[in-house]
Every structure is written in structure tokens, then in C-alpha cells.
Design a protein around this ligand. Structure first.
Ligand code: HSE
Length: 309
């Protein structure tokens, strides 16, 4: 393969109770990237659209990953890269992760598919470090594996792909305020009460069980975050109003997508998703803060190849 164009999805990390360990991929929102083999070794970004990102190969999460993977594989070619961002960086929908995961996946295709998905996640985690200073796996793993994923262990890295209940729908609102992942991590406590830990890990277990058994009531009962959300919601204007509006209009649950400011709601079926979409729209219009709002299925495939030759 000498060229490919791919779609790398946005992702919702944490999914309420699973801080740094759960995530899922979004079907309709994401980035497009192209990868072209060059005779000259090294990486070059030739175009970036949709966001104001660095063209510096070592500072851009995507090119940094391409460079690392080509070096480690001792590639005898280089790559010219274009990035078209389909949504805003800093949204809490895994923007740097989409770029980093896409970069790992795309480079691997040009190398003849020599790395496993798990290895690609490790390369993509390096991109997350370049973008936000931490090697977090929940967004990149969701983008690469698709569907829901559990990061069962970081050392050694172990990822479990979880099933997606057929009728599950996402409604997500991105208020146009900036929340940096670094800042959203800095507000978190270093220690938590055992009582809270018990509640939280029981909810993670409940959510995973609900995904396997397609038990929407159990999913709803388990979409609770008593550890991270109370601290981070203060960074998101009108969070409680949105969450209440979503749940009152039929959402199974709602919470912060990744480190925010996007707020996500999960719903059962298109009808409920429509109602939740409209309730959130109505509630946020009153605030005077600009926002974008979308409804999507869950992406079960992860990164998709759009063109290749
Ligand atoms: N799990 C991470 C967090 C996702 O919530 O900080 C953001 O990269």
C-alpha cells in the first residue's frame, strides 16, 4: 500500500464511573487523515484543516506517532501526512487521541500491517503524551478497537473489547468553553475514601455487566460517577442543568465526556435520543453560551479505511 485515507473517530472516555479505564467510539464524528509513502525518509505534515495545530513533527500528536512507529520499524520510506479535523480540539471527545490513533493505524497499514491493535494503542499513547503530558489509553484504545473498551491494566497494558447494546445512542453537547485536560486532572483528589471506591467499582462492574446482557436499566443504574464528576463539573458551566434535562427527558444517564467540557448522555433507541437532544438544546439555549450538539450511534469498528492504493 502506498496511500490511504482513513476516518478516526471521536471517543467518549471514562463513561461516568470508569475514570481512565473505560471508553467508547463515536460513529459520526471524527477526523480524516491521509498517508502517502515518500522515498525520502521522515515525516512531513503537508496540510491541516479544521483546527490550528502545530506543523512541527515532534509537537503534533499525529506526526510524532508516525515518526516513532517508522523509526521503530526501521522503515525504508517516509510519510507525508494530511489531517482534517472534524471537530474541535479541547472538546473532551478525544481529539488528540483521534489523531494519534489514526497516525498509528495509518502508518501500520503502510508498513504492511506488522503491529497488533494492542501495539498500536501503545504507539498512540505516546501521541497522547505529546498532546497532553499523560500516556492515557482510554480514548486511543476506543478509537483503535471501536465499541466500548476496558483498560483492564496499564502495566502491562491489557485491553478488553466490550459489546455494544444495539439500541444504545449517544447525545453529546460541546459548550464552547475551554477545559484543558491538564487542568481537569489537576482538580482531582490524590486519595479517595474506601466507601466511595466501593460505590465506584461496583458501578463499573454493573455497567460492564449491563453492556454484556443488554440490560438498559442496569446500564442506567450504573452510569454514576461519585469520584471525578463532583470536582470536574465545576469547570463546565450549567453541567447539572444539562444532566437533569437529559435524565428527565429519558436518558439512561449523563456525565462528562473525558475531561470535558463535552457532556454526554446515553439513551435507549432513536426516539429517546431525539427527546434528549431536544431537551438539552432547549436547556442550553437559555445560557447564552455557544454550543454544538449531536446524536450518534456507537462506532463498533473503530478506525475505517476510506480509500487506499
Ligand atoms: N481519562 C482521561 C481524563 C481522558 O478523564 O482525564 C482525557 O484524556
Amino acid at each position: 500500500m502506498n496511500y490511504l485515507k482513513l476516518f478516526s473517530p471521536a471517543t467518549v472516555a471514562n463513561v461516568s464511573c470508569g475514570f481512565d479505564s473505560l471508553g467508547f467510539a463515536v460513529d459520526t464524528v471524527g477526523d480524516e487523515m491521509t498517508f502517502t509513502k515518500t522515498k525520502e525518509k521522515g515525516v512531513k505534515i503537508t496540510a491541516i484543516s479544521g483546527a490550528n495545530l502545530s506543523y512541527n513533527v515532534d509537537e503534533n500528536a499525529a506526526s510524532a506517532v508516525v515518526k516513532k512507529i517508522l523509526n521503530e520499524a526501521n522503515a525504508d520510506f517516509g510519510v507525508s501526512l494530511t489531517i482534517s479535523k472534524g471537530y474541535a480540539p479541547g472538546s473532551g471527545l478525544g481529539s488528540s487521541a483521534a489523531s494519534a490513533a489514526g497516525a498509528a493505524f495509518g502508518s501500520n497499514q503502510l508498513l504492511g500491517n506488522i503491529y497488533t491493535k494492542l501495539e498500536l494503542v501503545k504507539f498512540a499513547m505516546f501521541g497522547e503524551e505529546v498532546a497532553c503530558g499523560s500516556q492515557i489509553a482510554d480514548n486511543v484504545a476506543a478509537a483503535i478497537y471501536g465499541g466500548f473498551v476496558l483498560i483492564r491494566s496499564y502495566e502491562p497494558l491489557e485491553i478488553i473489547k466490550l459489546p455494544v447494546p444495539k439500541e444504545l445512542r449517544l447525545v453529546a453537547i460541546h459548550p464552547q468553553v475551554e477545559v484543558k485536560t491538564k487542568d481537569a486532572r489537576a482538580v482531582l483528589p490524590a486519595k479517595i475514601d474506601l466507601k466511595d471506591a466501593i460505590t465506584q467499582w461496583a458501578n463499573v462492574g454493573g455497567l460492564i455487566s449491563g453492556l454484556y446482557s443488554e440490560d438498559y436499566q442496569l446500564i442506567s443504574n450504573s452510569l454514576v460517577d461519585i469520584i471525578v464528576e463532583p470536582y470536574r463539573k465545576k469547570l463546565i458551566p450549567h453541567f447539572d442543568e444539562v444532566k437533569n434535562a437529559a435524565i428527565k427527558s429519558g436518558a439512561l444517564g449523563a456525565g462528562i465526556s473525558g475531561s470535558g467540557p463535552t457532556i454526554f448522555a446515553l439513551c435507549k433507541g432513536d426516539e429517546d435520543a431525539k427527546k434528549v437532544h431536544s431537551a438539552i438544546n432547549k436547556s442550553y439555549k437559555k445560557t447564552g453560551i455557544e454550543f454544538t450538539l449531536f446524536t450518534s450511534k456507537i462506532n463498533e469498528k473503530g478506525i475505517k479505511i476510506l480509500e487506499s492504493n
